[in-house]
Design a binder for this molecule. Structure first.
Ligand code: 5AD
Ligand code: SF4
Length: 445
């Protein structure tokens, strides 16, 4: 049996694609190994959202070759999947001879054939699939990142063309899976013992299926808020969804969360900047005021909805005053957490044509100032959970302490508490006693 080692970079769509790749490979008679040294095939599922992510690919390729040479082994077959594969295709072969094949984001369904072909002697071939070919919407079952949590892709691709972003080019146009199929996936997952589903997509709330099938009897103001109600009605214990796009974030989403306990109280709503001038240059389709209106609705919910975001610092033309506006916004919003990125010019995007005029040192400085401020407020948000009782899905034994269990609340906070393996997969009540950098600590009650 040939052994395959699969490594994933980037977003949850890639994680979800990798789970499907692994499930397919296992069904086709390959063994998935967590041990790179034992692998006959190494697959790297890549991300192209920032330049650093791309560099990492070439670093990893070098490491795989060197590790094999140090062991005195032949280099394993090396396949590049994902967004870098889709964007660069055959040109990757010119950058390094170590790559045996390249599979684009729409061709991952043919991964077994590609491996067989490479073992059969073919070298340096690319399969980028049809640009409009169907996305593989199946839900992975054999190989999931958690036995209790499943990703369910509901929309793939992106039509927004924010000026800095490569995703519309690497993943293509938005396509939504019909609601009937999503509901069927969730019902099956529930029967199989899954406790929590994550409805995923670049912009889940832009969900727009071609037909109303499956939503015709659902109340709701938008296809996405109708879908949320339909998924809630399956009775699955927890439903999370990410990522949301501010412009399309209709208040009815909050209504749906208020009505259904199993729709989780967490919203990931990337703001990207606190300056409306920069947001316009980013072509985000929302101003700071629009964003704050959404936040007011979220904060007004009786369910205490946790809010997380993404922010880019050092976008072309970002002045100290623009950055100050981002600090002000972060102070006001009190995010549970925020992913901060230094702007990275991506060839082919409109922002690539703008002068990248914030120096690397300035980007680093802004990153650190924003990170400090967000951490400061995050600690206040975290401390507010002390002495509260939260429900935690017991997901795994803690890596650091074998007598502790680690899991997430419905609002996506990480909680550790003392407990044994028999609790795994259960949703338990935990009283929070302490908060640390990114984790809450508590006692089961
Ligand atoms: N530079 C820096 N950050 C970026 N992101 C997307 N493109 C870029 C880029 N060119 C960030 C955005 C997005 C997150 C997934 O990655 O904040 O929300
Ligand atoms: Fe990129 Fe904007 Fe689409 Fe998000 S919404 S994937 S940032 S283009």
């Amino acid at each position: 049996m040939k052994k395959v080692y699969l490594e994933t970079f980037g977003c949850q769509m890639n994680v979800s694609d990798s789970e499907r790749v692994a499930t397919r490979l296992a069904a086709d008679g390959f063994e998935i190994t967590p041990d790179e040294a034992a692998a006959d095939v190494v697959l790297l599922n890549t991300c192209s959202v920032r330049e650093k992510a791309e560099h990492k690919l070439f670093t990893r390729i070098g490491q795989v070759g060197k590790a094999a040479a140090d062991r005195g082994d032949k280099k394993p077959l090396l396949g590049v999947l994902g967004c870098v594969a889709q964007l660069e295709g055959e040109t990757l072969f010119g950058k390094t001879p170590a790559i045996d094949f390249v599979l684009g984001t729409r061709a991952v369904g043919r991964v077994s054939e590609a491996i067989d072909k490479a073992f059969g002697g073919a070298n340096q071939f690319a399969d980028l699939g049809e640009r409009e070919a169907a996305y593989d919407w199946s839900v992975a079952d054999a190989q999931r990142h958690s036995p209790y949590i499943a990703f369910v892709p509901i929309i793939e691709g992106c039509n927004k063309f924010c000026t800095y972003c490569i995703v519309p080019f690497s993943r293509g146009r938005e396509k939504s899976l019909p609601a009937t199929e999503i509901v069927q996936h969730v019902l099956r997952l529930r029967r199989e013992g899954i406790r929590e589903v994550h409805l995923i997509g670049q912009n889940v709330n832009s969900y727009r299926p071609k037909t109303d099938d499956g939503l015709e009897n659902q109340p709701g103001a938008t296809p996405f808020s109708k879908l949320l109600r339909a998924v809630a009605a399956t009775g699955i214990e927890r439903v999370k969804f990410t990522t949301s796009f501010p412009r399309d974030f209709h208040p009815d989403i909050i209504e749906a969360i208020n009505e259904h306990e199993n729709l989780c109280n967490w919203v990931h709503l990337p703001v990207q900047s606190g300056s409306s001038r920069i947001l316009k240059l980013m072509r985000r389709g929302h101003t700071v005021e629009n964003y704050l209106e959404r936040i007011e609705r979220i904060k007004a919910s009786p369910r205490r909805i946790a809010l997380t975001t993404d922010i880019i610092v050092g976008f072309p033309g970002e002045t100290e005053a623009d950055f100050q506006a981002t600090l002000d916004l972060a102070e006001y919003c009190q995010f549970n957490s925020a992913y901060i990125f230094k702007y990275s010019p991506r060839p082919g995007t409109p922002a690539f044509e703008m002068p990248d005029d914030v120096s690397a040192a300035e980007k680093t400085e802004r990153f650190l100032r924003l990170d400090n401020l967000i951490r400061f407020h995050q600690q206040k948000v975290f401390r507010a959970y002390i002495n509260q009782t939260v429900e935690v899905l017991a997901e795994k034994i803690s890596e650091k302490h074998s007598n502790q269990i680690s899991g997430h609340t419905s609002c996506q906070m990480v909680v550790n508490f003392e407990g044994a393996a028999d609790l795994l997969g259960k949703i338990v009540k935990v009283r929070i006693l302490e908060s640390k950098a990114n984790t809450l600590y508590g006692k089961i009650c």
